[in-house]
Design a protein. Structure first.
Length: 364
């Protein structure tokens, strides 16, 4: 009994070059990174060897061959053109049954044969497409070279392996992958009714376009410094009160701490209505004004000025830390050391034993 099967093969050489232009789109209070990409895919098919599949060249209907490209979403394609075998080819939507991809495009490519097999041929596919979030490719050739360029300066390289070469600047990035079929573990030829590679398990490489910190990420990061901000403010009040012999009640500490805590809620609320930098500035000014006014009117005027100055310095320093991607921990540690040194210098002449004895006498 005869059986009909569809053999498939991958190119000997596969070169993919993608250039993306990224922009921010706003939807309600959220920002989304979208891109337009021009993708060029070139490659070369050699004479496929299906002998390992038990198929001889004379058994194959070469005049019914098709060239298939898998895509995660054909609706993202704005324009496409294909040249293969030295001629322009008509592109159709959809893939063949049992193809590894659920979506894609294809073109009928009757192969010219000499003797019992076809001749090697080159192909070139040009795509113009839109996307968001990330762009990735599967290196399905025997040897694959993938290059991605973009004007976005914050790439997160995804997939295995990582780029062979990469350059990241303030104006964008340029990354190149060189991948052999040995690294992917994918077959170079197969019968579609016997084997179907799973795209979700296949090796893919690409780039996720990330924000160094959106509104909620930045707010979440700065909230983690909340205890530090409150601690430095309380420490300032304690040291100034100690030097000027001012007594500060627990309720006063609690009210000042509550004001600093509400700073983060005010920051998030404002950041959903305007850009983060202006939101941070407004929230900081409000917080500094309230704390300085309260400390100056309930404790001592000098206390208000000093506390306001320290709180302004801390908020400013926290904002600088937020903008750092690589040295935020180091900078934060240095800041703590400087703050500790300041406390040591300010209290270096304080007689702690005499202070304790004075309090014991007062209680007696």
């Amino acid at each position: 009994m005869s059986r009909r099967a569809t053999p498939s093969s991958t190119p000997e050489e596969l070169n993919i070059a993608a250039a993306t232009a990224v922009e921010k789109r706003h939807k309600s209070i959220y920002e989304v990174l979208v891109y337009g990409a021009d993708v060029g895919i070139t490659g070369r098919f050699a004479v496929p060897d299906f002998s390992q599949l038990g198929i001889t060249p004379t058994q194959i209907a070469w005049d019914q061959a098709s060239l298939v490209f898998g895509l995660s979403g054909v609706r993202a394609v704005n324009a496409a053109s294909l040249t293969a075998g030295g001629a322009d080819r008509q592109i159709e939507a959809g893939v063949l049954p049992f193809h590894p991809f659920d979506e894609g495009i294809r073109a009928t490519l009757p192969l010219q044969t000499i003797g019992t097999g076809p001749q090697p041929f080159d192909f070139e596919l040009q795509l113009s497409l839109n996307g968001r979030g990330h762009i990735a490719f599967q290196p399905l050739g025997r040897q694959s070279r993938i290059t991605v360029k973009s004007d976005w300066p914050h790439p997160n390289f995804i997939g295995t392996p990582l780029p062979t070469e990469r350059t990241i600047t303030a104006d964008g990035f340029d990354a190149t992958w060189l991948v052999s079929h040995i690294a992917t573990g994918s077959p170079l030829a197969w019968l579609t009714h016997e084997y179907r590679p799973q795209p979700e398990r296949a090796t893919s490489v690409g780039v996720a376009l990330t924000e160094p910190g959106d509104v909620h990420q930045q707010t979440d990061r700065i909230v983690k410094y909340g205890i530090l901000v409150i601690g430095l403010t309380f420490g300032t009040i304690f040291v100034v009160g100690l030097l000027k012999q001012d007594r500060v009640h627990l309720v006063q500490y609690l009210l000042i701490g509550a004001s600093i805590t509400l700073f983060y809620l005010l920051l998030l609320s404002l950041a959903e209505q305007m850009d983060f930098a202006r939101s941070y500035l407004v929230a900081s000014l409000v917080d500094i004004a309230i704390v300085a006014w309260y400390a100056g009117t309930t404790i001592r005027r000098l206390m208000g000025w000093v506390t306001g100055a320290v709180l302004a310095s801390v908020h400013g320093y926290m904002y600088v830390l937020l903008q750092m991607e690589s040295f935020s921990l180091l900078s934060g540690t240095v800041g703590l050391l400087v703050a500790l040194l300041g406390v040591m210098i300010a209290t270096r002449k304080v007689d702690w034993f005499a202070l304790g004895e004075a309090r014991e006498e007062a209680q007696a």
